[in-house]
Design a binder for this molecule. Structure first.
Ligand code: ZN
Ligand code: ZN
Length: 340
C-alpha cells in the first residue's frame, strides 16, 4: 500500500531545544560558551541565542558548537514597548530594527522578519508588562495570524502552573480554532546558567522533529514537555499517516481514524522526576476534550479510534502530578484534519 505521510512521522529522533536564551550581549549573566556548556549538561541538542535587539553574540558560534556539541540557532528577541517577538532561524546575522514601531505597525516588522527568511513568534505574551518588565505584555493588534509562526505558550521554569502561560495556551487554542496553523513552543528565557541561580523547578523543553529546529517549527513538528516526551501520529483508512504538524486528508466515507500515542520516558530521563501514578492523556481539538486515555506509569503506547466528525485539528496533552501539583506535563502540537 502506498502510504502518504505528512508531519513529523518520519523523523528518527526528536531534538531537545531551548529556544529562548540571553547572554552578556544583552541582559543575560553568562557567556555563550557557558550557556552552551550548561545546555550540554541538561542533555539538550540545540539552543537558540535570542539576545534583546542584537545578534552580536553570534559571530564565532561555530567554535562553541564544536567545543560543546550544542548546535546554536541564530535568533533575536525583538524587544519593543508593545511586546517581545522571538525571531529564529535567519541565515545571515541580519538585523532589522522595529524598536521604534508603534502598536499599529506590526506588519512592517513582520515583513522585515520574513525578508530575513526567519520565523516570528510571540514571546511570553501575558507576562506582566510595564513597569515590571517593559514591553513584556503583548499589546500589538494581530489581524492576520498567518503572519505569526509560533507562540511561546510556556515561559520560565515549571511553566504549566503559571497563570500567564495558561492564558497564552488558551490564546493558542483560540488561534487554532479560528483556522490558523500556528505552532506552540516553550522557552525558559534563560538568563543565568549559574547553578545557584537556577530555581529547583521543572523546566520544559521544546522537542523539534527535524534536523533544524527552525524547519521543524515552520512545519509545526514540535512537542513540548517538562517530563517524558509525548508524541502522536494519526492514520486514516486509506493508508494516510500524519504526524505532529501534518495534515490528515479525510473523506465523508472515512472519517474514522486511529491515533497512536507515544510516551518516551528515556528522553532526558535524569533531568526530570515524576511520582509513580496513572497519567492521563487528553485528546483535544476544536470540539474540546474529545477523549481521555489512562496511561499506567511507564506505559509507552496507546492506540485509540476516533470519529473525526467536525474535527479540524487535534493535539494530545499529558496530565498528572509533578512537583506536587496536578498539572499539564506535556503537549503536542496539532495534527490537522482536512475534509476533501
Ligand atoms: Zn522578553
Ligand atoms: Zn527574553
Amino acid at each position: 500500500m502506498d502510504i502518504r505521510r505528512s508531519g513529523a512521522v518520519t523523523s528518527e529522533r526528536w531534538l531537545a531545544c531551548e529556544l529562548h536564551t540571553h547572554t552578556l550581549h544583552s541582559d543575560g549573566r553568562q557567556t555563550l560558551h557557558k550557556l552552551a556548556m550548561s545546555a550540554a549538561a541538561l542533555e539538550l541538542d540545540w539552543i537558540a541565542l535570542t539576545d534583546h535587539n542584537t545578534t552580536s553574540g553570534l559571530p564565532g558560534k561555530e567554535e562553541i558548537e564544536q567545543a560543546t556539541g550544542i548546535s546554536i540557532l541564530n535568533g533575536l528577541e525583538w524587544t519593543t514597548f508593545y511586546g517581545h517577538m522571538l525571531v529564529l532561524g535567519f541565515e545571515e546575522q541580519g538585523y532589522a530594527d522595529w524598536r521604534m514601531l508603534g502598536p499599529g505597525d506590526l506588519a512592517l516588522g513582520l515583513r522585515e522578519v520574513k525578508s530575513l527568511g526567519a520565523l516570528a513568534g510571540l514571546a511570553h505574551p501575558y507576562r506582566v508588562g510595564s513597569p515590571m518588565c517593559t514591553g513584556c505584555y503583548w499589546e500589538y493588534e494581530i489581524s492576520d495570524w498567518s503572519e505569526i509562526d509560533f507562540i511561546e505558550v510556556w515561559s520560565g521554569t515549571f511553566p504549566a502552573v503559571r497563570t500567564s502561560n495558561q492564558r497564552a495556551f488558551a490564546l493558542w487554542t483560540d488561534v487554532l480554532n479560528r483556522g490558523y496553523r500556528v505552532a506552540a513552543t516553550c522557552g525558559r528565557d534563560w538568563h543565568d546558567s549559574d547553578p545557584g541561580a537556577v530555581e529547583p523547578e521543572p523546566v520544559a523543553v521544546t522537542y523539534a522533529g527535524n534536523d533544524n529546529p527552525a524547519n521543524a517549527i515552520a512545519q509545526g513538528a514540535v512537542a513540548v514537555t517538562m517530563g517524558p516526551l509525548l508524541t502522536m501520529t494519526a492514520a486514516a483508512a486509506e493508508g494516510t499517516v500524519a504526524g505532529i504538524g501534518g495534515v490528515l486528508p479525510l473523506t465523508e466515507q472515512s472519517r474514522s481514524i486511529e491515533v497512536s500515542i507515544r510516551l518516551d520516558y528515556e528522553c532526558r530521563a535524569s533531568k526530570w522526576t515524576l511520582p509513580e501514578q496513572t497519567l492521563e492523556v487528553r485528546l483535544v481539538g476544536n470540539t474540546g476534550v474529545f477523549r481521555t486515555v489512562a496511561m499506567p506509569f511507564g506505559a509507552s503506547h496507546a492506540m485509540v479510534s476516533i470519529d473525526t466528525d467536525g474535527l479540524t485539528w487535534m493535539r494530545a496533552e499529558l496530565h498528572g502530578v509533578m512537583n506536587e501539583c496536578y498539572t499539564m506535563i506535556a503537549f503536542t502540537n496539532a495534527i490537522y484534519c482536512e475534509l476533501g
